[in-house]
Design a protein around this ligand. Structure first.
Ligand SMILES: Nc1ncnc2c1ncn2[C@@H]1O[C@H](COP(=O)(O)OP(=O)(O)OP(=O)(O)O)[C@@H](O)[C@H]1O
Length: 363
């Protein structure tokens, strides 16, 4: 069942009121910063608000039979006509203000558990430190992506005018360990968007996929990782048409200002209908490490701008790229106290991977 967005807005609004501290039972939760404590309204509590000199009462209830949580709103009969609509508009506006101010990005994962009732997502604060600055990708490409995202953010009217849904779909493709997941984190931090990460193995039918979209919010990244392995898996439960509908069907238009991101190790085996514009608007390739990428990693991980072993590393890289940034990064992290050892290991790993690759090619 779809989560009632108005319910979410009202909870957020009420939890922001100073009078939440006056209720008899309030839950205390630690916030994303170490010294932050948030008060969250408990069940069956009454909150009294004032609006345009009228008293407004909210009671937080739970329906015993259905388990549904609901709010009862009480306004005096004489005030109702005068304040009901403006008051609800006020709640909407305050909610938008709170969302704008909210710095915390959250990571949502889909669940398939009766315990959570109708909820399809659970979330935790998203604290991944990646930024575009820390990513090792070509500077030109980085600038293009940032510009594309900035244009997207300012394009609400443009999308409206051309009758298109305000969303953009990205495909990140490249071998394992080249930074696709890290890039998603950098994108979320750049946009300050929540991340909804869909695990398709927990989705058994197309309607569940639609509910997941309906229960996600605007200003979000909707992510499906390793889509190629799902599409090539003969025992996958969702059909190709379910995935195509998800990518740009009618349900993908609920909520706007969204970015969908799909990752693949390779798009070679993928049906072209998956990749057509609208389903994928922007393709970004994540390659294995070349010498320039290696130098960026050496600078950020080892503080090296140059080293006597650099020419030898460069010579190795000229024979082709066989190491991912993840592999090089790991070598550098484990040997950060000895840059020379780190570089020697990069060279020897590169050589052994190259040998393994060419003997595989011969066979
Ligand atoms: N281009 C990159 N820039 C900076 N760090 C990178 C890059 N690529 C990989 N890394 C580092 O390597 C690790 C693994 O990267 P990541 O998980 O993003 O790769 P991936 O492409 O998503 O891999 P997979 O396809 O296996 O999921 C991360 O800790 C990340 O910091």
């Amino acid at each position: 069942m779809q989560e009632n967005q108005l319910y979410r807005k009202i909870i957020t609004y009420l939890n922001s009121l100073p009078c939440v501290e006056d209720s008899d039972f309030t839950n205390l939760f630690s916030g994303s910063k170490s010294n932050e404590i948030n008060l969250i309204l408990d069940a069956n509590q009454k909150i009294v608000d004032n609006f345009l000199s009228a008293r407004v009462t909210w009671i937080n209830e739970k329906d015993e039979k259905t388990g549904l949580k609901l709010f009862v709103l009480k306004i005096r009969r004489n005030d109702k006509r005068r304040i009901l609509r403006p008051y609800l508009q006020h709640v909407h506006a305050k909610f938008d203000e709170i969302e704008q101010r909210r710095e915390e990005v959250r990571l949502f994962v889909n669940i398939n558990d009766e315990l959570y009732g109708n909820r399809r997502w659970i979330s935790v604060p998203f604290t991944h430190p990646a930024t575009f600055d820390t990513m090792v990708i070509e500077q030109d490409l980085k600038n293009k992506i940032k510009a594309d995202l900035e244009t997207f953010l300012k394009s609400k009217q443009h999308y409206n005018r051309i009758a298109r849904i305000w969303k953009r779909n990205y495909l990140l493709h490249g071998p394992s360990g080249t930074g696709k997941s890290t890039f998603i984190a950098a994108m979320a931090n750049f946009l300050n968007y929540d991340v909804y990460n869909i695990d398709l193995s927990k989705v058994s039918k197309e309607s569940d996929l639609k509910v997941l979209l309906l229960q996600s919010t605007s200003k979000s990244l909707i992510v499906i990782e390793d889509l190629d392995s799902y599409l090539c898996n003969k025992s996958a439960t969702l059909s190709l048409s379910a995935i195509l509908n998800f990518m740009d069907g009618i349900f993908s238009c609920c909520g706007d200002e969204r970015i969908m991101i799909f990752t693949m190790n390779s798009k070679d085996q993928i049906d072209l209908t998956v990749l057509r514009p609208g389903r994928i608007d922007h393709h970004i390739h994540f390659p294995l490490c070349d010498f320039n990428a290696f130098k960026s990693l050496a600078s950020s991980h080892l503080g090296l701008k140059d080293h006597e072993l650099f020419p030898q590393v460069e010579e190795n890289f000229q024979t082709g790229s066989v190491l991912s940034p993840a592999e090089i990064s790991e070598i550098m992290i484990s040997n950060r106290n000895s840059p020379s050892r780190a570089l020697k290991l990069v060279i020897s790993t590169h050589q052994s991977n190259s040998k393994a690759r060419s003997s595989n090619n011969i066979r």
